[in-house]
Write a protein that binds this ligand. Structure first.
Ligand SMILES: Nc1ncnc2c1ncn2[C@@H]1O[C@H](COP(=O)(O)OP(=O)(O)OP(=O)(O)O)[C@@H](O)[C@H]1O
Length: 646
């Protein structure tokens, strides 16, 4: 987290001592980082953070058991936290006493908002956020193997193959951030952590900022002395953008290969003078390859426009050198053996795999829409594509599918702008089940004594394609919005008759965060997913028949979860409705938390009635749904199972 701290001189000879690396942030009195230093050392705000109680209870009634102390920054202390299922997280703990003024509060909220909106293999995953009387807790994926800073302290220098691997993971994460117009602004070895599998994860979004558009600049002077880019030191008039993160990548690469940051000096003013003149050298007693030097020189270009863009970095020749398959745990203490003898062919494979894992899409590979098209038309038996929603042959359509085996999270809650309207999924299932049960018991009572809901036709899924063995589950609503529930749990929803699409990012415990963007100017990271959404849209329009007729969009609804059984497919929607498409081509939707029922006949006639009415009569008024009561019982039991399983 950012904080307002007078600049401190660096401890002699020590690399990355935390107190010396406190990020700077301009205040009214320190708009230039070159002002004189106060003599008295200011206490770190993290010192205000008291050890949390042994059990922290959240507003949602979740209990977390506090574990050991993990580390301390300038603003926060970090503790282990265990949930009731035994999962261990890191809780970044910020004392409320340290966020008394509005500016600090706004900054903490901004850190939370930005971090929460991110999900990438090389970014520390944001899990939850809650508070008690004394602290605010940001629950994060735990990174038990410390950071690159500790690794370098132990190792003194790191080999080129290892650094190559680190760089690909870091570049993958920064590419993702920049595509979302996020600048990190505090990239340093101490903010890049190792997860349990030794993958790098970027953390600490305390100084991060979102640019309103790609041409705008930021003017606040902030960063950590050794890593700060020259244009930031140029003062408030110059402004800075994504290139400050590229500069920091250059500093980290140099530091890992040589052993200390390039502009390191005892006096912070000397560091700034050196940065402004890019005054650094490659020591002869610490030789590194010419290819590494070329990349570092370019990354540390004085003019930000001369630095490679995030997309250009991995094309440098240096990446053609020996490339390991992963970071092994031994790296934390020693140089692994055999790195320099990895063959050229194996290195190329490892490089490609690592890029793919870091989410880097290589333009040389086949166009994603092409891949999808050829997949869709292949003869693979796993391709579960119904020709229509009412196909003659339902052999493949109604296969048993266990959503957990597809990597989709089972527990889903909702947050962000939907928080007020959307309840936890298990809660909705429970209330709907209870209402259906209650109505069954009261079906012999006089109709006047029973509460009757209003009966407008609900929003329905009118077409769907299950391609979860590869990408996800795609569907079209009867308001013509198109959604894809990707296998990672995130959803893209393209709104009909609009230039907007919603990216709904899933976080365990926390639910979804909604990011709205324009289809004509999507962030580059979203382009591939949008192409897939478009392809599905085209496929559904040309191949599938509709379940129901079009409706105007009255509300934004999307699919939270689906379940396929041999007899039906069940859709659980964000407005709390349940849609069941039965094998006999009749569809039923339960809405109003179980009070209303809709029948969609195979020829698309749609009728909604109070459930009590159907239960009383034993059949659907003026429609020919076979086995109405059996279908209702099947639905009730399916919803009950969901309520109990959650
Ligand atoms: N996900 C994590 N897993 C394990 N330990 C962590 C994690 N995140 C942070 N830590 C530990 O907590 C310390 C403080 O966290 P962090 O750097 O995010 O706080 P900060 O006060 O914002 O720091 P800074 O002064 O660097 O801005 C880290 O140095 C590290 O030791």
């Amino acid at each position: 987290m950012s904080r307002i701290t007078p600049l401190q001189p660096l401890n002699s000879g020590q690399l990355n001592v935390r107190s010396n690396l406190t990020p700077i942030k301009a205040t009214k009195s320190t708009t230039q980082p070159s002002q004189s230093q106060p003599k008295k050392k200011k206490e770190k705000l993290s010192a205000l953070c008291k050890t949390p109680p042994s059990i922290v209870r959240t507003r949602n009634g979740r209990d977390y058991h506090r574990g050991t102390f993990l580390g301390e920054g300038g603003f926060a202390r970090c503790f282990q936290m265990k949930d009731s299922a035994g999962h261990i997280y890191a809780a970044k703990t910020v004392a409320k006493a340290s966020i008394k003024n509005e500016k600090t509060k706004t900054k903490l909220l901004s850190e939370i908002k930005i971090h929460k909106s991110l999900k990438h293999a090389n970014i520390v995953n944001f899990v939850d956020c809650f508070e008690d009387d004394i602290n605010v807790y940001i629950l994060l994926e735990i990174c038990p193997n410390q950071s690159l800073m500790e690794l370098l302290k132990t190792r003194k220098r790191v080999s080129e193959p290892e650094v190559r691997y680190f760089m690909v993971q870091i570049v993958g994460a920064i590419k993702y951030l920049h595509s979302r117009r996020v600048i990190h602004r505090d990239l340093k070895l101490g903010n890049i952590f190792f997860d349990p599998d030794m993958n790098l994860k970027i953390g600490d979004f305390g100084l991060a900022s979102v640019l309103p558009d790609n041409n705008s600049k930021k003017y606040t002077i902030c960063g950590t002395p050794n890593y700060i880019a020259p244009e930031v030191l140029g003062g408030k008039l110059v402004g800075h953008s994504y290139e400050v993160d590229i500069w920091a990548i250059g500093i980290m690469m140099y530091a890992l290969l040589i052993g200390k940051p390039p502009f390191q000096a005892k006096d912070v003013q000397v560091i700034y003078e050196r940065i402004k003149k890019t005054e650094y050298f490659f020591p002869a007693d610490k030789p590194i390859s010419e290819e590494a030097k070329t990349l570092i020189k370019d990354l540390l270009s004085l003019n930000p426009l001369n630095r490679p863009t995030i997309n250009e970095i991995l094309s440098y020749d240096w990446f053609k050198g020996p490339f390991p398959d992963k970071t092994h745990e031994i790296s934390l203490s020693d140089t692994p053996r055999g790195l320099n003898v990895i063959s050229k062919a194996q290195s190329a494979i490892n490089f490609t795999n690592t890029k793919a894992e870091a989410g880097i899409y290589t333009p040389k590979s086949k166009d994603p829409v092409e891949i999808l098209r050829s997949d869709l038309h292949s003869e693979q038996p796993r391709t579960l594509l119904p020709k229509s929603l009412s196909p003659g042959d339902t052999k493949n359509k109604y296969q048993e599918v266990d959503p957990t085996s597809m990597g989709r999270p089972r527990k889903v809650t909702f947050n962000s702008k939907f928080a007020t309207t959307i309840k936890r999924l298990d809660q909705i299932c429970f209330e709907t089940y209870q209402n259906m049960r209650r109505l069954e018991y009261s079906k012999h009572e006089r109709l006047e004594t029973v509460e009757l809901p209003s009966c407008e036709n609900p929003c329905l899924i009118s077409k769907w394609v299950d391609y979860s063995n590869k990408y996800g589950f795609s569907y079209q609503m009867n308001n013509d919005d198109i959604g894809v529930l990707f296998n990672d749990g995130n959803t893209f929803l393209k709104l009909h008759n609009s230039d907007r699409f919603l990216e709904l990012i899933f976080h365990e415990n926390e639910g979804w965060t909604c990011i709205e963007n324009s289809v004509s100017h999507p962030p580059s990271q979203a382009k591939r997913s949008l192409e897939i959404v478009d392809f599905f849209a085209k496929y559904m329009n040309s191949n599938l028949s509709k379940v129901s007729d079009n409706e105007e969009r009255k509300e934004t609804v999307f699919l939270r979860r689906y379940t396929r059984t041999p007899d039906y497919i069940m859709f659980e929607m964000t407005n709390g409705n349940f849609q069941f498409n039965f094998k006999d081509h009749h569809k039923v939707c339960i809405s109003k938390l179980g009070l209303a029922i809709t029948h969609i006949s195979p020829n698309r006639v749609t009728q909604t009635h109070p459930l009590i009415l159907v239960l009383k009569q034993g059949y659907f008024p003026s429609s020919d749904m076979p086995d109405s009561l059996e279908k209702i019982a099947t639905i009730r039991d399916a919803i009950k199972r969901k309520a109990l399983k959650e």
